[in-house]
Ligand binder design. Sequence first.
Ligand SMILES: O=C(O)CCC(=O)C(=O)O
Ligand SMILES: [Fe+2]
Length: 316
Amino acid sequence: MSIPLIDLSKLTHSSDAIRQNEIQALDTACREIGFFYLVNTGISAELMSALMREAKRFFNQPQAVKNAIDIKNSINHRGYGNIGEEQLDEVGHADWKETFDMALDFPRDHPLVAKYPNTYGPNQIPSDPKTLEVLQDYYVEAFQVAQTLLTAMAQALKLEDDFFTRCFQNHVTVLRMIHYPPRPVSEHDNGAGAHTDYGCVTLLLQDQVGGLQVKNRQGEWLDATPIDNAIVVNIGDLMQRWTNDEYVSTAHRVRASLPDVHRYSFPFFVEPDYETNVECVPSCATETTPAKYEAILSGDWIQSRFDATYAYREKV
Ligand SMILES: O=C(O)CCC(=O)C(=O)O
Ligand SMILES: [Fe+2]
């Protein structure tokens, strides 16, 4: 089985036949592999390359400048993460990558910050205003893509159109920049260890270097070879739980960079409001397959995954 391709523009097409056909293809992809390429996203090639350019500039700054916004100083997980700070595969080795995370910025006096200080709060921002502007523009456009996708998924699952999107009033969607620098020769070869994502869906923009691999149901690692201007989408654990395991959250990893190659990627982790009650969607439970999981608040789930340092276990 290979990684299917979905055309976002067809998911909202005025022709019923074209739209239904694409929603069906999306549904099949979510059930069978939990990964697909998304094309015609509406995000301009210019914005994608601007993001790539700003990431290079950001990570190329002196270490002290990046450390000034170290994620370790943010209780709500925003800012810069140095090489070795994250290990996605508990049986492997720390990931050879540096990161930057941002989400919606909530002022410290916002009631949600008082209630959930580890989830909501201010960003730690890059000092260059151009970098921030591009990150914010991309965040807005990627979020539009996410809303279209989540609407189509609701339609595929025979739910109200806004079943998922209405849970994004105070959402905690994270835009991450990742830099996989050239690495010294070592027997420890992961760029990012095998893991599943813990949120709803992830939209990943990657450069042309390659290295992302997806484990299919046969247990084979497939290369998610870069396609120009396409975004790689995958289902996360929260969506798998929400759909009673109908939609699958699939293990993936990034092979180590080559000794002289830099790789950049931009996951957009789409995660609903903390207080979203995640319980089996009505169309995914039947008499023969009743709901498998207790209802849980989305934020409690995400936090439990954060807290279990090495919990990003490969499941497939
Ligand atoms: O860099 C990539 O291609 C994938 C990164 C990833 O899977 C993650 O950060 O969850
Ligand atoms: Fe991932």
